[in-house]
Design a protein around this ligand. Structure first.
Ligand code: 4EZ
Length: 229
């Protein structure tokens, strides 16, 4: 299978590149894409840069230019659900854009005409992930991820996003990647390991745990690749 694995930051894909061994590098639209074979699959790996716009460009490129048939996202996130601690894994069941707001016209947060508030991740990939988690002896939370072009370092904003979308974690790329895959009918899976609690200490916690949490996520994603038919 032709599998795309993306992250937003170099730190999020570095452990993946380390695991796959030899890879080729191709430049496209201002980004580098790394191709390799692993566990009988063709992989295309890239980091998009941070945010919804860059991640949309990268996801689209991976599907359209590189012909990926499935997309896996590996990265870190801020926690909303207090049960999520640093290093814990969350798989998105569905994703929403928390900063999309035409509520002035009576629409709900996260909604635009002909769109939907929530985009659902692929159920088969989630059940594969559950198998991987139990094999690895890891806990995997399933939950709602909210995405926006904002590093959330504020308890009130965190709580608002939690309340408004029922979200368990937040980040800056998942929902945009989900929109691309949904529109193109490509199954996708968004995995995040917690780096901070999206509160006043978030930037310090993020700097401290980005690397270790990115590794947690990447290790899991590699195991998933090994499991994909
Ligand atoms: C965005 N990513 C953070 C990028 C931060 C700083 C140079 C994940 C993330 C996040 N996003 C971890 N914690 C977050 C938070 N509190 N708010 C938003 O996907 C770049």
């Amino acid at each position: 299978m032709n599998i795309a694995i993306m992250g937003a930051m170099p730190e999020e894909i570095a452990p993946l590149l380390e695991k796959v061994g030899a890879y080729k590098t191709e430049e496209f639209a201002g980004n580098k894409y790394y191709t390799a074979t692993y566990a009988g699959h063709d992989l295309v790996i890239a980091y998009s840069k941070i945010g919804k716009v860059f991640s949309t460009l990268t996801a689209t490129t991976m599907l359209q230019h590189f012909g990926a048939e499935v997309l896996l996202f590996s990265g870190v996130a801020g926690a909303i659900n207090p049960n999520l601690k640093i290093g814990n894994l969350i798989a998105a069941t569905k994703l929403a854009q928390h900063d999309l707001d035409i509520t002035a016209f009576g629409h709900p947060y996260g909604f635009v005409p002909e769109g939907k508030v929530f985009v659902e991740a692929d159920a088969n990939l989630i059940s594969k992930a559950k198998e991987v988690a139990s094999q690895m002896g890891l806990e995997l939370m399933e939950g709602i991820i909210a995405t926006g072009d904002q590093f959330v370092a504020d308890k009130a904003r965190n709580e608002w996003i939690g309340k408004t979308f029922g979200a368990d974690a937040l980040e800056m790329e998942g929902a945009s990647v989900a929109c691309v895959c949904d529109a193109m009918n490509v199954p996708f899976f968004i995995l995040r390991a917690i780096s901070d609690a999206a509160d006043m200490d978030a930037s310090f916690s993020f700097d401290e745990f980005l690397e270790s949490s990115a590794i947690e996520s990447a290790n899991f994603i590699i195991k998933m690749v090994e499991k994909l038919g």
